[in-house]
Design a protein around this ligand. Structure first.
Ligand code: CUA
Length: 224
């Protein structure tokens, strides 16, 4: 989860999120190199006395500074496309989790596992104070968490009942819109036990900030 001074991405909890982190670092490295080169050139312009009133064009340099950025963009585009298609790949999910966005809570259904069905509401801050309960995470914890087995492919089907919401868990690399009248599908595999927090990330109304998602990842044996 995010804690104080978490400036970068959260630690990944799934192989796909790991790949996303690698891609982020790779792209950021290219960006930093370009920024450094351009700022160096712009800075140095102030300190030279090269002037040429007749210089209007130069075929060679124009060829270079057109083709070079194109090649650099390809170094970003190809890994990006690879990841995009990798994220959408479904390979034999061992269970399906259906999640339906409501104003302002999530409803979950384990359609192919005991037909469990429940709502997941955020624990209000005043309830935490009144019960002298400091074991919950403020504005981020829910009354019914989504318990899932680790090290297994999980498919999620996402929809909404009223307006557009977005089921988003940074550590798992999942961010999928839940849209009324549509059923979106994606999948993930959690590779370690723990609690993974997420929030709705589609502006859905006044309580948009108060419909968090909590995944409790446990070994398959305990899950059964
Ligand atoms: Cu649901 Cu924002």
């Amino acid at each position: 989860m995010t804690t104080w001074a978490t400036f970068s991405l959260q630690d990944s909890a799934s192989p796909l999120m790991e790949q996303l982190t690698f891609f982020h670092d790779h792209t950021l490295m290219i960006l930093i190199m370009i920024t450094m080169l351009v700022s160096y050139l712009m800075f140095m312009l102030f300190f030279n006395k090269y002037t040429n009133r007749n210089l209007l064009h130069g075929q060679t340099i124009e060829m270079i500074w057109t083709i070079l950025p194109t090649i650099m963009l390809l170094f970003i585009a190809f890994p990006s496309l690879r990841l995009l298609y990798l994220l959408d790949e479904i390979n034999e999910p061992s269970m399906t989790l259906k999640t339906i966005g409501h104003q302002w809570y999530w409803k979950y259904e384990y359609s192919d596992f005991l037909n469990i069905e429940f709502d997941s509401y955020m624990i209000p801050t005043n309830e935490m104070i009144n019960n002298n309960n400091n074991n919950n995470f403020r504005l981020l914890d829910v009354d019914n968490r989504v318990v899932l087995p680790m090290n297994s492919q999980i498919r999620i089907l996402v929809s909404a009942a009223d307006v557009i919401h977005s089921w988003t868990i940074p550590a798992l690399g999942v961010k999928i819109d839940s849209t009324p009248g549509r059923l979106n599908q994606t999948n993930f595999m959690i590779n370690r036990p723990g609690l993974f927090f997420g929030q709705c990330s589609e502006i859905c109304g006044t309580n948009h900030s108060f419909m968090p998602i909590v995944i409790e990842s446990i070994p398959m044996k305990n899950f059964i």
